[in-house]
Design a protein around this ligand. Structure first.
Ligand code: SF4
Ligand code: SF4
Length: 275
C-alpha cells in the first residue's frame, strides 16, 4: 500500500483503481475509541481532491479544520486517521461518497437492508467523517430513520442550508418535524450556526453543539451542559512554564454518554472543548 502522505492527489487508490466502485458496497463501520459501540457512516473528508475524488465537506471546512494546501497536515482528526491507517480508510470513505453522490436512492436501499438484517439495534453516527452534500441526502437519512425506529440516528453538521431546506420540505410533506429517532446537533463556532439553531430550537431533537474555545456567547446561547469526553490538562515544562491542553477521556465513550442523541432539555446546548 502506498503511503497516502506521498500520494499525488490525482492518483486513484489501489482498490478503486482495480475494480469498479459500483462492485463495492456502501457500508456502515463499527464505532471507534471515541464513540464506542455504535455504527458510523463515513464519507471522504475535506474540500479538495484526495486520490482523484472530491471530499464531501465543501465550503464548511475551508480555512478551518481543512488545509487545502497540505491536506494531510489538516487539523481535522479524519486526515490524521488517513495519514495513520492509509488507503484502506480512504477507500472505505471514497466508496460511500461516490455511492451517495451518484446513486443515492440505491445507497439508502442497501443501507436499509443492512440495518434490517441486524439482530440488535445500535446508535448510528452519521458523518464521523464528511458532510451532507444536498437537502435530498438529508431527507434520505430522515426516511431511513423512519424505516428503522429502533436505531437512534445522530449527526453533527455545519451544512445548515441543506438541513434547513430538508426540514422545511419534510414539514410540508409530512406535516410534522423530523423523525423522533433522528437528532441533529448543529455545529456552532462563534457566529456560525447560531441563527440556524435558533430557527429550529423549538424542535425537541435539534441541539446546539458548541465548540467552546473561550468565545463569549453571552445572550446568544446558554451553555449549561459540557461534553464530558474532554478535559483540560495542565503540564509544567522543564522551564517552569505552565501549558494547558485538551485531552480525550478514554473511559467515557458516546455510546455510554448519549447526550447528543437523547431528548434531554438540560442537554439542548452542549459545550465541547474540542470538535
Ligand atoms: S470531517 Fe469535519 S473536521 Fe474534517 S474536514 Fe470535514 S468538516 Fe472539517
Ligand atoms: S456529549 Fe456525550 S455523546 Fe456528545 S460528543 Fe460528548 S461524550 Fe459524545
Amino acid at each position: 500500500m502506498k503511503n497516502p502522505k506521498t500520494m499525488n492527489n490525482n492518483e486513484t487508490s489501489k482498490t478503486i483503481k482495480n475494480v469498479s466502485v459500483w462492485d463495492l458496497v456502501p457500508h456502515f463501520t463499527n464505532g471507534n475509541i471515541k464513540v464506542g459501540n455504535m455504527l458510523t457512516w463515513n464519507k471522504l473528508a475535506g474540500a479538495g481532491y484526495l486520490l482523484g475524488v472530491l471530499g464531501s465537506c465543501g465550503e464548511f471546512c475551508k480555512g478551518g479544520c481543512y488545509d487545502c494546501k497540505n491536506p494531510m497536515k489538516s487539523p481535522c482528526y479524519v486526515f490524521k486517521s488517513y495519514a495513520q491507517y492509509g488507503a484502506s480508510v480512504i477507500d472505505s470513505h471514497t466508496i460511500n461518497t461516490l455511492w451517495m453522490r451518484y446513486k443515492m436512492a440505491q445507497t439508502f436501499t442497501i443501507l436499509n437492508k443492512q440495518l434490517k438484517k441486524m439482530k440488535k439495534s445500535k446508535p448510528i453516527r452519521i458523518h464521523a467523517s464528511g458532510e451532507f452534500e444536498s437537502a435530498e441526502e438529508v431527507k434520505g437519512w430522515f426516511r431511513l430513520a423512519e424505516l428503522n425506529p429502533s436505531f437512534p440516528f445522530y449527526v453533527y453538521t455545519k451544512a445548515y442550508k441543506y438541513v434547513d431546506e430538508a426540514m422545511e420540505d419534510w414539514m410540508k410533506l409530512h406535516g410534522k418535524n423530523i423523525p423522533d429517532n433522528f437528532y441533529i446537533n448543529v455545529s456552532i463556532w462563534h457566529e456560525s450556526g447560531v441563527e440556524f439553531y435558533h430557527k429550529w430550537e423549538h424542535v425537541d431533537n435539534i441541539k446546539a453543539f458548541v465548540y467552546n474555545d473561550g468565545y463569549d456567547y453571552a445572550g446568544k446561547l446558554e451553555m449549561k451542559c459540557n461534553c464530558p469526553a474532554y478535559k483540560k490538562e495542565t503540564k509544567v515544562d522543564k522551564k517552569g512554564n505552565v501549558k494547558e491542553r485538551v485531552v480525550l477521556k478514554h473511559d467515557l465513550t458516546c455510546d455510554r454518554c448519549k447526550l447528543c442523541f437523547i431528548n434531554n432539555k438540560g442537554a439542548k446546548v452542549i459545550s465541547c472543548l474540542d470538535h
